[in-house]
Design a protein. Structure first.
Length: 372
């Protein structure tokens, strides 16, 4: 059996999906083969050019034709956020498995509808939380689960970029509620929340503050348009375990290129991770002589699966596209009847509840939001 892949969108992350589909089986082995069947983008000549570049057999400018195509078994959705719900629902209704980029949708109600559609369909769904796939992060999860740092009591997290720091940057779809939904929270904050939930468990409640730094941006052809969603957000959280957390995100943080950092403080030690040094994990355990106390740098290696599927020696480093490859492999394994791919639409809905609760608390002046 080969699985036909349909890819919608060929921008930043569409290319990452295309590369991941091309190499997942070659890297991991033991997966069903895929056919790069149909690629969709606008306009049609771009779709044709990108299909040729990525190695897809056919191209179209009509995503509805792609989701209905009998040669397509799995649909990759890498379009702007405003199209995620409509495409995902149509693909699931047509009996396709779906790999959809984060955030799920523009609104919480849209995300809920997507989770319901996924449950009705019985098809495999997966959201694009690639940072969860990092072997160093998976090792952090194991260390926490094994109690290596004791009971986790405090989580700190930051996710910052500077792609909206310049006030003179032109206005884009990312600034408009109808196209993007949330701002920094939907673009960046949701990645941090996905990591936080894996390490700390469910969130019980939170309070937050948000701000728009640059209220208007120049529009092509003259004039300025309003920025309708947040540039920054900061939240203080309580977990169901009783632990506390604080997280912050900004898309206007000069100098930060892909800062996705967290610390898990435990009763016996602490773990620290920084995405810009994604092949390392810092571990401090309160044991041994005081004279030797200090953080240990753990370098990703074949001891941290699936690092060894890419390269058999430590210190040789994985990159961003490799995380997407691991994600594609997890999806293929689930489609072939293996363990479920995570986070699926049901699990992703929990992430959406948290980022939308942060946004709501921010606009309501810091009200406490309970996470159901
Ligand atoms: N997982 C990650 O790390 C990550 C990184 C970047 C972006 N993303 C997510 O991926 C999505 C896309 O972001 P991007 O940065 O790749 O955007 P982008 O603007 O670079 O690419 C969007 C693509 O969708 C295409 N498109 C738009 N409307 C279309 C339509 N009606 N039919 C067919 N194609 C259409 C565009 O032509 C373009 O190729 C967003 O949801 C974003 O949040 C995720």
């Amino acid at each position: 059996m080969t699985l036909g892949i349909g890819l919608i969108g060929t921008g930043f992350i569409g290319k990452a999906h295309a590369l991941a589909w091309r190499q997942a089986r070659a890297v991991m082995g033991g997966l069903p083969p895929v056919r790069l069947e149909l690629l969709c983008d606008l306009p049609e000549d771009r779709a044709r050019a990108m299909a040729d570049q990525f190695g897809f057999s056919r191209a179209t400018a009509d995503w509805r034709a792609l989701v209905a195509d009998p040669g397509v078994d799995i649909v990759s959705i890498t379009t702007p956020n405003g199209l995620h719900r409509e495409i995902a629902e149509a693909a699931l209704a047509a009996g396709k498995h779906v790999w959809c980029e984060k955030p799920m949708a523009l609104t919480l109600a849209d995300a809920e509808a997507m989770a319901e559609a996924a449950a009705r369909s019985g098809k495999v769904t997966l959201l694009g939380y690639n940072y969860l796939r990092n072997p160093a992060v998976l090792h952090a999860e194991r260390l926490v689960a094994e109690g290596r740092i004791g009971r986790p009591v405090h989580f700190r997290g930051w996710v910052d970029e500077d792609y909206q720091a310049d006030p003179d940057l032109p206005w884009t779809w990312r600034a408009r509620l109808a196209d993007a939904g949330l701002g920094a929270l939907g673009d960046l904050g949701c990645h941090l929340v996905s990591l936080m939930l894996r390490l700390m468990g469910p969130v019980e409640s939170l309070i937050a503050d948000t701000q728009v730094i640059h209220e208007t941006r120049p529009v092509e052809g003259g004039g300025r348009a309003a920025v309708e969603n947040e540039d920054t957000a900061t939240a203080i959280l309580r977990f169901a375990s009783g632990a506390q957390g604080s997280i912050a995100t900004s898309r206007s943080a000069w100098g930060r290129k892909n800062r996705l950092d967290f610390e898990v403080h435990g009763t016996k030690g602490m773990i620290a991770f920084a995405q810009e040094r994604m092949n390392e994990l810092q571990l401090y355990v309160n044991e041994g002589p005081t004279s030797e106390a200090g953080f240990k740098t753990i370098l990703s290696s074949p001891a941290h699966p699936p690092f060894g599927s890419f390269v058999p020696a430590p210190g040789h480093q994985l990159g961003f596209i490799d995380l997407k490859t691991i994600e594609a492999a997890d999806l293929l394994r689930a489609v072939a009847g293996g363990p479920p791919a995570r986070p699926d639409f049901a699990e992703g809905l929990v992430i959406e509840r948290i980022i939308h609760a942060i946004a709501r608390s921010g606009t309501e002046g810091g009200t406490r939001q309970r996470i159901g």
